[in-house]
Design a protein around this ligand. Structure first.
Ligand code: ZN
Length: 112
């Protein structure tokens, strides 16, 4: 398994990024940040995850907040795993959002 450490800007380890079976990066979040520069780094606690979607992760050593943003590939994989009826609902929602955007754009254009 391919693992890459994911840390805050102060180099505290927040978790590891691993590639799942389809080569898509997933964040395996540690329960607590680990200071790897400490003389005796704490044992890595149970991991929470894998994280999907987007989520701000706060380092509990220095308080730095780092956003985790899943790749489009990861989101696509999630969507491909949905049932047919969930896909239909998702598609309807995306279309509605798109229509709302177009409507807003048109009403804005009218006032210019
Ligand atoms: Zn930190």
């Amino acid at each position: 398994m391919d693992l890459k450490q994911w840390h805050c800007k102060n180099k505290h380890a927040l978790g590891v990024i691993r590639l799942n079976g389809n080569g898509i990066p997933q964040l395996m979040l540690y329960r607590h940040a680990v200071d790897m520069t400490a003389e005796q780094p704490a044992q890595v606690d149970v991991m929470i995850g894998p994280l999907v979607g987007q989520m701000p992760v706060q380092c509990d050593i220095c308080g730095e907040v780092k956003p985790w943003i899943a790749s489009v590939d990861a989101l696509a994989e999630l969507i491909f795993g949905l049932s047919q009826s969930q896909k239909v609902q998702l598609q309807a929602r995306l279309m509605k959002e798109n229509e709302d955007k177009v409507r807003k754009f048109r009403s804005k254009a009218r006032f210019e």
